[in-house]
Design a protein around this ligand. Structure first.
Ligand SMILES: CSCC[C@H](NC=O)C(=O)N[C@@H](C)C(=O)O
Length: 747
């Protein structure tokens, strides 16, 4: 074997020990691979149109889909739509195919078809002479019927387009449209902007009187609380109703002053509105990824203005969905405070008897049939079977997202997909029992399928028709690995829990070579990595890395006990679980123990920093995105201070008084506690606008590493929040992660 003289000695030695597996190292080639894999779009919406009977008696409907795709050249996530025609008989698809090409969607913030399919409402943002304006358009068949300039009308602030509060819903009669917007704020001026002195007294008085109604003085710098990460500038939502005929907008009154409404829809017969209301007193806390905020289902009657609370006073609720027969509402419910995401209860409110029942309760431990509980953070826009008896949802069951059918009369849960070979399933919509789903796995980008919900009892006969094929990546293999902690790592309060991980490997390995391994624990910590398509892991695997995605104890999808086992034990139980998974995988013998890196974001970044502190010789490179590094210094600045208390093992109250002992505990559980032992080079990636884990967390760790002379590099992303998900930040973060690992694993 001939070696070039320029290869340093340590690299020669490591090459002699084990034959290097081939890893792509050239930045230009990696970028090309990333660009190629970016060309697989993801589905974000599907609607099933009305049934049309052709002149020959055949029945068909239109399926409208929306997709997103990263456009690296334009540096934006583009959204486009494509429609399909589906001919069917009562319970099966007879023929289907696309009914046109893709069309990019620009400027649309929200859009929704009317129930009959005849009309469409669009909320559009447009910049006119440098100013952002919002327009509400009503389309009828082939023409734009109305276009209201909401900004000029000034009945309210910006319309909410987010998943948390946002909605745009036609009344059953198709005469009114409901949406959520920011409450109108008074116009403000400084005390010194008014008319100059020197005016005649009565002139001054006239100006004052004219301005009295609309302008308030001295409130320009008023602080408005917002709902935290990714919901900035969203403070006081109001329900708004547009009367289409008269072009009249009404901002609803009658909602209690301490409640913020969202996720609204029309009650049966359009008598009023049903909505989720979040308590915002004594102050607002971050809502993104936090299903545990006190909230309830409400009904406001349009005639009397009376507002009624429909669900419990001491829970957190989301995703209310009205049955097709307009008789019942299902919604998800969980506890307030505690872990941010938990196992949900599926509840049902009967509109006529006003009775609430629990259809599926919290599951503490996996049941005999394998059902582990409901973890969906949001139900699809429609989720009921046509006969209003069953509810459909996609839901993590361990590390796989399955399609579950819940019988609302018995509470029985059946999986439509647990026997399938594919990785994970996403329910996009269901209408008249025609389901639109997307399926993907770590080596297969999302496809698009339709299928009719089988009769109750025949769920195993489910058959799918693919509307849009995808391109499986034959060079990636993956498997699920299960782990049981050894007795000394068992949780005495929650004994006998297990966890799992997904391992991706390049399919072709050079004989005798060893693979470098990238360990990726997820964030949360109460979230889960399911066996679905991830751009970054697919590219890393195609470059020649193996990737281990660890669902340590505390993850969603394994039962409520699994979740509850972690608070109070972060920094130990989760760290040891990840290390156990890595050690077990290394025993397979395919991996180079000298070439292991750890990558994580948020709580995953917390774990990455802990692992390099607690196992200083083990990891040769570390990448942390917006990591939690010190709970004690974060509690005063994050949008979710309750997270710090709960995960450190304490109860949270809004009037909490921090004791030195609590802060000490928080510090002890934080990665900064172990920083003096760190040897691993660290790449930090921070979002300037992160409200969840403020960038000062990363900077604190950066300074500590600099002082210790540990190699560290910091990438700073302006205009990015906790997710670093803008196209340029995400792609730059990926490239720098890959190159950092290549450099420090000496590949
Ligand atoms: C106080 S920050 C807690 C960590 C954060 N949890 C919830 O937002 C987290 O880990 N987020 C994950 C989901 C992530 O951003 O990947």
């Amino acid at each position: 074997m001939m070696f070039s003289r320029r290869i340093p000695l340590h690299r020669l030695l490591s090459r002699c020990a084990v034959m290097d597996s081939k890893v792509l190292r050239e930045a230009a080639e990696i970028a090309q691979l990333y660009r190629d894999q970016c060309r697989f779009p993801a589905l974000c919406r599907a609607d099933v149109g009305p049934v049309i009977t052709s002149r020959y008696g055949g029945q068909y409907c239109n399926v409208y889909t929306e997709w997103t795709q990263r456009d690296l050249e334009r540096n934006e996530n583009v959204k486009f739509c494509r429609q399909y025609i589906v001919f069917h008989d009562d319970k099966s698809v007879v023929y289907s195919g696309p009914s046109g090409n893709c069309t990019e969607i620009k400027g649309e913030l929200l859009s929704v078809d009317s129930p009959s399919g005849d009309m469409k409402a669009v909320l559009r943002e447009s910049t006119i002479k440098g100013e952002d304006k919002q327009f509400l358009e009503i389309w009828h068949k082939n023409r734009k019927l109305k276009c209201l300039n909401l900004t000029t009308l000034s009945k309210h602030g910006k319309v909410y387009e987010d998943d948390q509060f946002g909605c745009m819903v036609w009344s059953h009669s198709e005469t009114h449209l409901l949406y959520v917007a920011e409450k109108k704020r008074p116009k403000t001026e400084s005390y010194f902007q008014g008319p100059e002195t020197g005016l005649l007294a009565d002139e001054e008085e006239t100006i004052k009187t004219d301005k009295k109604e609309e302008t308030v003085l001295g409130q320009q710098f008023e602080y408005y609380e917002d709902w935290g990460e990714a919901l900035v500038n969203k403070s006081s939502p109001v329900l708004c109703v547009l009367d289409i005929e008269g072009s009249n907008i009404t901002v609803l009154e009658g909602i209690p002053a301490n409640i913020s409404p969202g996720q609204a829809f029309w009650a049966p017969n359009d008598t009023g509105l049903v909505f989720v209301g979040w308590w915002h007193e004594p102050f607002r806390l971050g809502l993104k990824y936090c299903a545990n905020r006190r909230s309830s289902l409400f009904y406001v009657d349009l005639a009397s203005g009376k507002c009624e609370q429909l669900s419990s006073n001491s829970s957190a609720v989301c995703s209310p969905r009205l049955s097709p027969d307009l008789c019942r509402i299902v919604y998800m419910e969980c506890g307030v405070f505690g872990p941010h995401q938990q196992c949900n209860r599926l509840c049902m409110y009967d509109w006529y008897t006003k009775q609430t029942s629990v259809v599926v309760d919290v599951v503490q431990r996996a049941r005999e049939d394998g059902f582990t509980g409901i973890y969906s953070s949001m139900l699809s826009p429609r989720c009921w079977s046509a006969d209003s008896q069953r509810v459909l949802m996609s839901c993590a069951q361990r590390c796989r997202k399955d399609l579950l059918v819940v019988d609302t009369s018995t509470g029985e849960v059946t999986s439509l997909t647990s026997q399938s070979e594919e990785g994970s399933w996403n329910l996009l919509n269901i209408h008249r029992d025609l389901m639109v789903v997307s399926c993907s796995s770590p080596n297969c980008p999302p496809d698009l399928r339709v299928g009719f919900l089988p009769e109750k009892g025949s769920e195993s006969k489910m058959s799918w028709v693919t509307l849009e094929e995808t391109q499986p990546q034959a060079d990636i293999s993956w498997q699920t690995l299960n782990f049981s902690p050894p007795p000394e790592e068992d949780n005495s309060q929650y004994p006998g829990l297990d966890f799992n991980a997904i391992l991706l490997k390049p399919k072709e390995m050079t004989a005798g070579s060893k693979l470098p391994l990238i360990v990726m624990p997820h964030g949360g910590p109460h979230s889960v990595l399911v066996s679905e398509w991830f751009l970054s892991t697919a590219v890393l695997c195609k470059m020649g890395f193996s990737v281990l995605l660890v669902n340590y104890r505390g993850s969603l999808g394994f039962g409520q006990d699994n979740i509850l086992s972690l608070p109070g034990n972060i920094g130990t139980q989760d760290v040891k679980d990840v290390q156990l998974a890595v050690d077990s995988v290394l025993k397979q013998g395919d991996f180079d123990k000298q070439k292991i890196a750890v990558v994580g974001g948020s709580h995953g970044g917390f774990l990455a920093c802990h692992l390099i502190g607690q196992y200083p010789e083990f990891y040769k490179a570390c990448v942390a995105r917006n990591p939690v590094t010190n709970l004690a210094s974060m509690i005063g600045s994050t949008d979710i201070p309750d997270w710090c208390m709960v995960e450190a093992g304490y109860e949270y109250n809004t009037d909490i008084h921090l004791e030195p002992a609590i802060l000490e505990q928080m510090l002890n559980k934080s990665p900064i506690k172990h920083v003096s032992k760190v040897k691993t080079p660290v790449l930090l990636m921070l979002g300037e606008d992160d409200k969840r884990v403020p960038s000062k967390q990363g900077i604190e760790y950066y300074r500590a590493l600099k002082a210790l002379q540990v190699p560290v590099r910091l990438l700073w992303y302006p205009g990015n929040n906790h997710s670093l998900s803008k196209v340029d930040a995400e792609s730059d973060g990926f490239m720098n992660t890959a190159l950092w690992i290549i450099q420090h694993l000496s590949l």
